[in-house]
Write a protein that binds this ligand. Structure first.
Ligand code: MN
Length: 376
């Protein structure tokens, strides 16, 4: 069993131009919890204002999910989290030399000192502590191991390995997580970004390499090209790797729609798992196959993610598709009539794609009236 950590409300909201209101955050958190997301990262308390308010309200809802907040290795970040009622905290610090030196103006030693100073106090309070190793994918792997061993010694509850700028491949991810797994017993989390379109693949590779937790966001919302998407990761784990999660996949489309509307980021027609057209069939050969047995051209049934199958009539349609489509609109036509309509439908489709359900019956009426010749 792999645990998905949804960070739509933290990393997802960091997507440029995206901002959720307190009410929207509460609504998304409730929905995520109700579909079986057991862990979520909901914000950065030190930002104060509505950000802290949303964290406070979500924690106050007492959802059955663990609610985490994002914090730097700074006392004031931790104080802000605790004053929101946080019981579970990510404590994040860069571990790559470029970020330690250029961004923070510090040395590797500083990173070790900060963790060593802060973690024992948090553990003494009985808090759940997850440590985030920012930019771990560009860090020296031996330093990542050194820090991880230090954190394990401090009894942290989880270590998050971040591919902050999305430069991993599945092969490298598998190797890096496998390397850590060999020496570290503390649960590991893989956190990936989609800069090269590999976020989901890398997340799966991290799990195969030994990670117990996976960071995801709904619709892959997140900085730059986004994060590993919740819907892709869940479906790939369950369907392709036979790894169970706690998520009710039949509600993935519903969650995707809510986040798409509230974030103002439309989901592409062809987006894996939740795109509107991924169960739409047009080409004659495919439609003919799907009508006979959907599995011919579908990797899983649409109901599994709360979607529906559509038959689109267009340039690539065949006679079977036309007969089937008209039947679904309550009109029975024979093969001869379908064959007569086919060239017209193709011609129309070339000008306007796709033909809508309301336009199709209009095409049929003239053929009934014996005006077939018109269409040749
Ligand atoms: Mn991130």
């Amino acid at each position: 069993m792999i645990t998905l950590v949804d960070t739509t409300l933290r990393d997802g909201e960091q997507s440029p131009g995206v901002s959720f209101t307190v009410k929207e955050k509460v609504e998304i958190a409730s929905l995520l919890s109700s579909i079986g997301i057991n862990e979520m990262e909901v914000g950065t308390p030190v930002m104060g204002g509505n950000e802290a308010q949303a964290v406070k309200e979500i924690i106050g809802m007492n959802l059955p999910s663990r609610i985490l907040t994002w914090n730097r290795v700074l006392e004031r970040d931790i104080e802000a989290a605790l004053s929101c009622g946080a019981k579970a905290l990510y404590i994040s610090c860069p571990v790559s030399d470029i970020q330690i030196e250029k961004k923070l103006g510090k040395k590797r030693e500083w990173v070790k000192e900060r963790f060593s100073k802060l973690i024992p106090e948090l553990k003494k309070e009985g808090l759940y502590v997850a440590c985030g190793l920012e930019d771990a994918s560009r860090a020296n792997p031996h330093f990542v191991l050194e820090i991880s061993s230090l954190l394990e010694g401090l009894a942290v509850d989880r270590i998050r390995f971040c591919d902050t700028v999305g430069i991993l491949t599945p092969f490298k991810t598998f190797e890096l997580i496998g390397f850590l797994r060999k020496y570290i017993k503390t649960p590991l989390e893989i956190h990936t970004h989609n800069d090269f379109g590999l976020a989901t693949a890398n997340a799966i590779a991290g799990v195969k390499g030994g990670a117990d937790y996976v960071s995801v966001t709904v619709n892959g919302l997140g900085e730059r090209a986004g994060n590993a998407s919740l819907e892709e990761t869940v479906m790939a784990l369950e369907r392709l790797e036979d790894i169970k999660t706690s998520v009710d996949t039949t509600r993935l489309k519903e969650v995707s729609l809510l986040v798409s509307v509230l974030s103002g980021r439309p989901v592409g027609y062809g987006k894996a798992i939740v795109g509107d057209y991924i169960f739409a069939h047009e080409s004659g050969i495919h439609v003919d196959g799907v009508i006979k047995a959907p599995a011919c051209y579908e990797p899983f049934p649409p109901e599994m993610v709360g979607a529906e199958r559509h038959y689109i009539i267009g340039k690539h349609s065949g006679i079977s598709s036309i007969i089937y489509k008209f039947k679904s609109l309550g009109i029975t036509i024979n093969r001869e009539d379908a064959a007569i309509m086919l060239p017209l439908i193709r011609r129309m489709a070339e000008e306007k794609m796709p033909l809508t359900d309301s336009e199709l019956p209009d095409l049929y009426i003239p053929t009934l009236a014996g005006q077939r010749g018109l269409f040749y």
